[in-house]
Ligand binder design. Sequence first.
Ligand code: NDP
Length: 448
Amino acid sequence: MQIQHAYLNDLMERVIQRNPAEPEFHQAVREVLSSLVPVVEARPEFITEGVMDCLVEPERIIKFRVPWEDDQGRVHVNRGFRVQFNSAIGPYKGGLRFHPSVYEGIIKFLGFEQIFKNSLTGLPIGGGKGGADFDPKGKSDSEVMRFCQSFMTELCKYIGPDTDVPAGDIGVGSREIGYLFGQCKRLRNEFTGVLTGKGLSYGGSLARTEATGYGLCYFADSMLKDAGRSFEGATVVISGSGNVAIYACEKATAFGAKVVAMSDSGGYIYDKNGIDLPLVKQLKEVERKRIREYTLTHPQAEYHEGCQDIWQIPCDIALPCATQNELDLNSARALIQNGCFAVAEGANMPCTPEAVEAFQAAKVLFAPAKAANAGGVATSALEMSQNSMRFYWTFEEVDEHLKEIMTNLYHNASSAAAQYGRPGDLVAGANIAGFLKVGDSMLAYGLV
Ligand code: NDP
């Protein structure tokens, strides 16, 4: 797919040449550059002053060895990454992902997306991301602890409350954040807000756990209302059963929807009576079990091996909340055929470009991840504020801020789309609104 602008198209070619074999990064850059065509046409200084060229090159990439010992005393060596992509509007901020699929290209794509997402929140945070090709699944707590301590022994040299503030992502939840924070505190001999997503007893924010899933539903709610629709009485399918999926399910249900399906990387459950969320929480958050065990308690529910077919289930609203490129063109066609009227991305880049195009062509309301799942990082920034103030807000106060941020974010993305000739196109709107603040700051600094 060509970008309809000679300079940006050439820049895209250079990105591909300089970052070979990183298709997820190419995909993310291509989407943003395509959206920015009307912006650089109106303001060519973003090209002449070098902003566009700098935008696609990370400020810094840190790549390191992570040796650790398993419970049998065997040594393993994983690879750790931190991509400090852009600090034009604040310290780098973005999660850490522990998953066997992690390599430099995945972290770059996530870090690049994070620049615009963080800008969209309206809060002063730059974009970064990190992780390792380590799989916490099936490891004992002691093994996870040893891995996290080894990972942080290197990472702690590069982060700090005013420099770079990592958080969780796939495979990095409260257990991992605890081990990481403990090691960082020990090595630096200081107690500062160097990570977010912390436990409540040591500097975490109320509502951070719920924030991405709740925020997704607040964003979707604004989008639905604008189109004269709502969650009330709607049937919803959610992929994943991790942090984002669980709290999206909780809030969508609170808004009057019926969630009928959820998944993990093994398969999906379909419960026509509506998902029993306390059971899913028990299985996934407490016991770390597989989603198929749901049917032991609810034999009327169906379990299907493999995740792809979850999108064949008829629904009004789809919330992909598992991982990148999990919803392809075939799945999009099935959703459209079954009358789905809204899709909001909880995971990062879960819909392939062909799927997004199909939704937009069919006038399905579409909320892109970098806007719709920004509630997590927004609340992380609120955690940073509370840590700096050495003060805590109540759950209700944080939730109120989150709701306001997500509602504003929707309206900003929607008006940017309209202003640049793409009314209703939230993909373009989010990219443009997210870029402008970052681009203007980069212009102000000159070449740095
Ligand atoms: P979790 O690790 O808590 O959950 C991930 C879920 O997705 C699990 O159910 C997992 O299944 C499933 N999954 C992972 N990989 C695959 C795969 N290849 N195919 C199918 N299913 C898969 O992660 P989160 O909920 O935190 O993150 C989910 C998504 O949301 C990611 O894209 C993340 O980047 C994004 N996100 C998360 C934020 C947060 O605050 N947590 C903030 C913004 C975005 P299994 O248990 O079998 O591994």
